[in-house]
Design a protein around this ligand. Structure first.
Ligand code: FES
Length: 330
């Protein structure tokens, strides 16, 4: 996988503002260079699109006023929101890694929360989002959603870079995959499992309920045909993955034929698994949830900027990376 791969390249949102400021992630000419050095062709010339659009960015994502149809308390700290959207948005949010920004109607833009899409139903024109109560913004959204009836919210999207290593997920066919997930990381893992099952893969899920103490997505995994194992995957006091879990994961790809591991949870988990793969020298593929602090999602604010292993900085709200470029392991 190429390091510089923009998730929005070739979509209706490309070219974006980054083209106007000479910081396009993909196009060398839109970075101010005089030659074409297109490293990851997506079927569309971003430079030409920019010219045709009179040297302007395309219109960015809209904010929609949507109704919360169902607010279900899945655990003391977790609510599942079923939100009415339009059919196009539901279709665009069906893929693994899809997420949206949500904020209560009466709140300012800085109350926006990035939330992964757990389920999207094109026919019903709905999406299901899991929210964990943590800080000021989620507490406010909890209050608004659970106290009032017929709540309306503002939803901005679609965004797609909620998972890193997407190409591995999309290309795996008729193999074995292991999902190691913890806490609220269950929500974005649901479309991951769905995609893998659609590819004819055997999927095992190591599920740690974590701080939320709820396996709210376990039934969905089982319905899809995944084998779910309840397992504590992180020792939060020692800040590491327990030895028996590391051995289990190692055996899965060294002895039991697992070709892809997906980690959904805190970065500690991604780092531990990435290091394990590095130590063994295995070629097993790794995908993981994108745990960056997302604020604008458009590559503008810089809150998600991260240094990768080659020393360069990248905005991972838009850049699709191999997790080992971020956590080491090559
Ligand atoms: S979230 Fe703003 S630049 Fe990435």
């Amino acid at each position: 996988m190429k390091t510089s791969d923009c998730i929005d390249a070739g979509t209706e949102y490309c070219p974006c503002y980054l083209a106007e400021t000479g910081e396009c992630i993909m196009c060398s000419q839109l970075q101010g260079k005089v030659f074409c050095d297109c490293t990851n062709w997506k079927g569309v010339c971003i430079y030409q699109e920019y010219m045709w659009n009179h040297l302007h960015a395309k219109e960015s994502r809209k904010e929609y006023r949507c109704k919360i149809l169902i607010c279900e308390q899945a655990a003391p700290l977790v609510i599942l929101l079923t939100v009415q959207v339009n059919r196009t948005l539901a279709r665009e949010l069906k893929q693994p890694g899809a997420y949206v920004f949500l904020r209560p109607l009466d709140s300012p833009p800085y109350f926006e929360i990035p939330l992964s899409v757990m389920k999207a139903d094109e026919r019903a024109e709905t999406v299901v989002l899991a929210v964990q109560e943590r800080g000021v913004k989620t507490k406010y959204l909890f209050k608004q959603s659970t106290v009032k009836k017929e709540v309306e919210i503002l939803l901005r999207g679609p965004f797609w870079n909620g998972i890193l290593g997407l190409s591995y997920l999309k290309s795996l066919q008729k193999e074995k995959a292991l999902l190691v997930i913890r806490g609220i990381g269950q929500a974005p893992a649901v479309p991951v499992a769905k995609k893998l099952i659609q590819g004819g893969n055997e999927v095992e899920v190591l599920l740690d309920t974590g701080k939320i103490q709820s396996d709210f997505a376990a039934a969905l995994f089982r319905e899809m045909g995944c084998h779910v194992v309840a397992q504590k995957v992180l020792d939060v006091e020692k800040l590491l993955i327990p030895d028996e879990v590391l051995t289990y994961i190692k055996d899965s790809f060294m002895k039991n034929g697992v070709k892809l591991i997906y980690c959904g949870g805190p970065e500690l988990l991604h780092r531990g698994v990435s290091a394990l793969i590095q130590q063994t020298g295995s070629k097993v593929d790794l995908a993981c949830s994108n745990d960056a602090k997302l604020c604008c999602g458009e590559g503008i604010c810089g809150s998600c900027q991260t240094r990768i292993v080659n020393g360069s900085r990248t905005k991972i709200c838009k850049t699709q990376l191999d997790p080992r470029d971020l956590y080491g392991g090559r």
